[in-house]
Design a protein around this ligand. Structure first.
Ligand code: UT7
Length: 378
């Protein structure tokens, strides 16, 4: 039986503090007019002192789990996409696993800049398609307000904080990631870089004084790169899914610049009414931008169960990623007849069949088979 990873829950967390373009006009040499016409951004949300990336991730994940009707302890895997974790180590994915009260399942962090969510979603789908996992949490979270130089008008006006999450679950109904295109061109890495804090330029007074701990961007080069790769990746993904542009119900792009979004949509012949844009409210929330936009698209009725969605992103690396995703109804798998569970348990108890593997739940992680068995039978 072919397995698909259907998106059955989505959630987001947006910090409440808002910085408008008018606020920025007071601190740097910029104007609302410049920011709106060049980027489409009107305001962005940033964290307060007591918020951080793991908290935002956990809040978004809780909402997604609730909507999916899935308990944290039913998760089989957690993937968190972010370039702005709380710490270099421990990984934020383990913080999220613990914070949610999930079992001691696998959890890892994926770092590919703004494309992180699409990379993570495509990865999660492989775990489901292989039968290794049944229910996976994918989070995209970013807190770039602590990594931008608020005196650098070329970067600080662009970014915002937030988190988005989805729960994907195995089903035999064709759904989830129907196709994906992932790309990377490290030759352009210098165009979007946070030079300090890693092994190359470890924390030091000098590196701090030299401003290496804030994001540096050659906006013009990243812009050119984005317009070159996005439309192409989108068209490739549609083609790989065996679909036509008309089959896409909603295009949910990475929200980095309205002009880049329009150029990608135009390249793929997608009309404006099929393009979701919320950049005006949040700015560029990097790996969180697509899952946040997905949530809002559902909230506003722009995305519906049964729709075929197109995600496309670009970012640091330089990287790009596109995925065509079908959202099917969340049909809970029919519970096994009681006698089947009873029979399996009786066999395992009397004949020590554990050497043949976990009979009751072939796809369950091997660490806690007992609890998993109970859940399946309930
Ligand atoms: O997720 C990936 C993250 N990165 C991106 O998405 C960035 C992609 N790039 C962009 O979105 C655009 O390149 C920007 C919005 C960053 C810049 O827009 P642009 O149309 O490419 O402007 P530009 O870099 O060509 O700069 C035009 C002018 C420059 O002045 P001069 O040299 O012509 O006198 C800049 O100094 O605009 C100036 N400028 C600003 N002026 C007012 C740059 N930033 C600002 C600003 N306010 N905030």
């Amino acid at each position: 039986m072919k397995l698909y990873g259907n998106i059955i829950g989505w959630g987001k967390y947006i910090p409440s503090r808002v910085i408008t373009n008018a606020d920025l006009e007071k601190t740097i040499d910029t104007s609302d007019e410049w920011i709106v016409t060049r980027t489409g951004i009107r305001e962005r949300h940033v964290v307060g002192d007591d918020e951080n990336t793991s908290q935002m991730s956990i809040a978004a994940a809780r909402e997604a789990l609730e909507r999916a009707g899935v308990r944290p302890k039913d998760l089989d895997l957690i993937i968190v996409a972010t370039s702005s974790p709380d710490y270099l180590t421990p990984p934020i994915s383990s913080q999220v696993q613990h914070g949610l009260g999930a079992k001691t399942i696998g959890a890892f962090t994926l770092v590919t800049g703004c494309t992180g969510f699409v990379y993570a979603l495509s990865t999660a789908q492989q775990f489901i398609a292989s039968g290794a996992c049944k229910t996976v949490l994918v989070v995209g979270a970013e807190l770039l307000s602590r990594f931008v130089d608020w005196n650098d008008r070329e970067t600080c006006v662009l970014f915002g904080d937030g988190a988005g999450a989805v729960v994907i679950q195995a089903t035999d109904v064709p759904s989830g990631v129907l196709s994906f295109v992932l790309g990377s061109d490290g030759a352009g890495g210098e165009h979007l870089i946070l030079p300090g804090g890693g092994a190359a330029n470890p924390p030091s007074h000098k590196n701090l004084d030299d401003g290496l701990h804030s994001l540096k961007m050659n906006g013009r080069e990243v812009f050119k790169f984005a317009t070159r790769v996005l439309g192409k990746a989108l068209r490739q993904a549609i083609q790989q899914a065996g679909l036509q542009t008309e089959d896409i119900d909603l295009f949910i792009p990475h929200q980095a610049n309205i002009r880049i979004i329009e150029s990608a949509a135009q390249f793929a012949n997608l009309p404006p009414e099929k393009v979701f844009v919320n950049i005006q409210k949040y700015g560029n929330t990097s790996a969180a931008s697509i899952p946040i936009a997905l949530c809002e698209a559902f909230e506003e009725g722009r995305a519906k169960i049964g729709d075929t969605l197109a995600f496309v992103a670009f970012g640091a690396g330089l990287t790009w990623a596109a995925a065509i995703v079908k959202v099917a109804e969340n049909v809970k798998p029919a519970p096994k007849p009681r006698w089947q569970n009873f029979f399996t348990e009786w066999l395992a108890r009397d004949h020590n069949l554990s050497r043949f593997g976990n009979y009751a739940t072939p796809n369950a992680p091997s660490s806690e088979p007992k609890e998993e068995k109970t859940r399946q039978s309930g």
